[in-house]
Design a protein around this ligand. Structure first.
Ligand SMILES: Nc1ncnc2c1ncn2[C@@H]1O[C@H](COP(=O)(O)OP(=O)(O)O)[C@@H](O)[C@H]1O
Ligand SMILES: [Mg+2]
Length: 366
């Protein structure tokens, strides 16, 4: 059995997701999976780096790159212990790393993920494939989203048009319309603004099931201002990140006006739902929605999306056979497999690149 280990930590920085996947069976089998929270101090340092990019010290960047490599290795080794699998049983690790900056819009476009792959290979004894996004950016693409190619493989149906919605820190959608090639793009914020606002006002990592937001009411005028964000109306290819959708952006939209914090939370929920629902309706009207990512657990958010796309159904990717918490990590295991086999795994039609490319670098063990 040739296993691949996929690893992902998204812009929410809630955890390092790790999955051990067997691709030699149909459908693919998740042998073991785990979500390992970042140590609080490490998470805080990464957040400081991301949110204060203008004042980054190079030594801190170098330290965090290797520290995140250690954290990924710890998560990988713990998963292998739990599964009772030795390093020799794993063909490769596909590691996304932790995005700290995503700027495909600058004159020299770039995207940066940390979590040193050499450290990961050294501390696990396993070949690592990493740095999946930069080749696509070099080829003129956005470098994101990468998931649509994988969604196309596992979720396409002859029976219905589908939209796969990944609600991580940022939201992205994959359109699988019958008879048409896959498309996809970042819709805007996923959980990011919801998390940031409740963290500031209640000291919590996230608003579980949208319960706090439900104690407030959506402010229609504020919602209109948020929806005025030009990014939402841009045609694809497009991608975004914490560089745009962050607390300073929200404060700017709030202006000086007075709001109860729970009303802002309720408005952010509607904003997030509207940005996703509008994107699906514009590009795949009538598609059935399947949600993955941590946002799939937010009942209030799913209901808000559901109201906006009714009567079309909103479900979880679980009904399509893949646990919504691990779709991304499984995808990075699959990307590693493709790269080792010398096969392309990017979709130029999604990212706007000049062509499909073999993604990532290979850090061989021995
Ligand atoms: N029960 C829940 N209610 C509301 N939000 C949730 C719940 N469970 C998870 N989340 C959200 O999911 C986020 C993590 O999602 P994830 O897909 O891991 O994002 P990322 O890819 O950015 O790491 C959390 O930060 C939180 O906002
Ligand atoms: Mg996560």
């Amino acid at each position: 059995m040739a296993l691949f280990l996929g690893m992902m930590s998204g812009t929410s920085m809630d955890a390092i997701d790790a999955v051990l996947v067997d691709f030699d069976v149909t459908p693919l089998n998740i042998v073991a999976a785990s979500a390992t929270p970042f140590e609080a101090a490490l998470k805080q340092r990464i957040a400081a780096l991301v949110d204060h990019a203008e004042s980054v010290a190079l030594d801190e960047l170098g330290q965090l790159d290797v520290a995140v490599g250690h954290a990924f290795a710890g998560a990988a080794n713990a998963l292998l212990r739990m599964a009772g699998v030795g390093p020799g049983g794993v063909t490769a690790i596909g590691s996304h790393g932790q995005t700290i900056r995503h700027r495909p819009d600058l004159p020299f476009p770039f995207t940066t993920q940390i979590g040193d792959p050499s450290t990961l290979a050294e501390r696990t004894g396993i070949t690592v494939v990493a740095d999946f996004r930069r080749r696509d950016v070099a080829a003129g693409g956005q470098g994101a989203p990468l998931l649509p190619v994988f969604h196309d493989l596992v979720f396409r149906s002859d029976g219905e048009d589908r939209a796969i919605v990944n609600l991580g820190g940022i939201g992205n959608v994959t359109i699988l319309a019958r008879g048409a090639p896959v498309t996809g793009f970042d819709t805007g914020p996923g959980n990011r603004l919801l998390d940031a606002w409740i963290a500031e006002h209640r000291g919590l990592d996230y608003d579980a099931d949208g319960v706090w937001g439900a104690t407030g009411t959506c402010d229609a005028m504020l919602l209109r201002k948020l929806l005025d964000e030009p990014y939402l109306a841009l045609p694809p290819p497009k991608s975004t990140g914490r560089e745009l959708f962050n607390l300073p952006w929200l404060r700017h939209k709030l202006g000086g006006s007075e709001h109860r914090p729970q009303d802002v939370q309720a408005t952010l929920l509607e904003f997030t739902a509207a940005s996703v629902a509008d994107a699906v309706q514009r590009h795949a009207p009538g598609a059935a929605l399947y949600v993955c990512g941590g946002g799939a657990h937010n009942r209030a958010l799913l209901e808000a999306i559901g109201r906006r796309v009714a009567p079309h159904p909103v479900g979880s990717t679980a009904v399509l056979g893949l646990d919504p918490d691990y779709v991304e990590a499984v995808a990075f295991a699959w990307f590693a497999r493709r790269t080792l086999a010398g096969l392309w795994s990017s979709a130029a039609g999604v990212t706007g690149a000049r062509g499909a490319r073999i993604l990532g670098g290979i850090y061989r063990h021995a």
